[in-house]
Design a protein around this ligand. Structure first.
Ligand SMILES: [Zn+2]
Length: 196
């Protein structure tokens, strides 16, 4: 017989029922809502989610019962920002949540926030993942830098064949956050997600 409930502190009989309901919402529902919001794909790069990008900063229940979803835009003026906000609200609405999207500008987003697993998915998708934007923190390695001495530190590896023999053909690719590269080994063009 399950008796775990008996170990809980006795609730104050005078506490209003809606307060108890809100408490259970915050315990379970918010984490679920956060997972829903975090799983929303980037509208421009569908293989990565908002959680992958690190732009979902907070999900919390406001006093009026509406979920506040806090996002940090990847770039100010990025045309995807409004689409992302609409997609988040639609996904949460499907799960029964009313939500509003708040924008948090500081600290500013950097491509360094992209999760390692998502970097690999970007490469598999044909987009060279960004180099580290910020290096030199005490004691940290620079894992994305090519290890071989004959490869320049800023060389971008071709996501298709892995060659570092690549060249930038346009600083602005299919979107402003990517540069267009060409591999001189396999001759394929590809996008490079610029460090930012
Ligand atoms: Zn190549």
């Amino acid at each position: 017989m399950v008796t775990a409930g008996a170990a809980r502190p006795v609730q104050d009989a005078a506490a209003p029922h809606d307060a108890l309901a809100n408490e259970s919402v915050s315990a379970i529902g918010i984490a679920h809502a956060r997972a829903i919001a975090g799983a929303v794909p980037d509208p421009e790069i569908p293989v990565v989610t908002l959680d992958d990008l690190g732009i979902l900063r907070d999900v919390r229940l406001a006093a009026d019962g509406v979920l506040d979803v806090v996002l940090t835009p990847t770039y100010s003026g990025c045309p995807a920002t409004e689409q992302i906000a609409a997609d988040v609200q639609a996904a949460l609405a499907d799960a029964g949540w009313r939500s509003r999207v708040l924008t948090q500008l500081a600290p500013a987003w950097t491509t360094d926030w992209i999760r390692p697993a998502a970097r690999q998915r970007l490469a598999d998708y044909g987009i060279a993942p960004p180099h580290r934007a910020f290096v030199g923190e005490a004691g940290t390695a620079v894992p994305l830098r090519p290890a071989r001495r004959d490869i320049p530190a800023d060389a971008v590896a071709c996501p298709r064949c892995g060659s570092h023999d690549t060249t930038e053909t346009s600083h602005f690719g299919s979107t402003a956050c990517k540069a267009l590269y060409r591999c001189l080994a396999c001759l394929e063009p590809f996008d490079y997600f610029k460090p930012y």
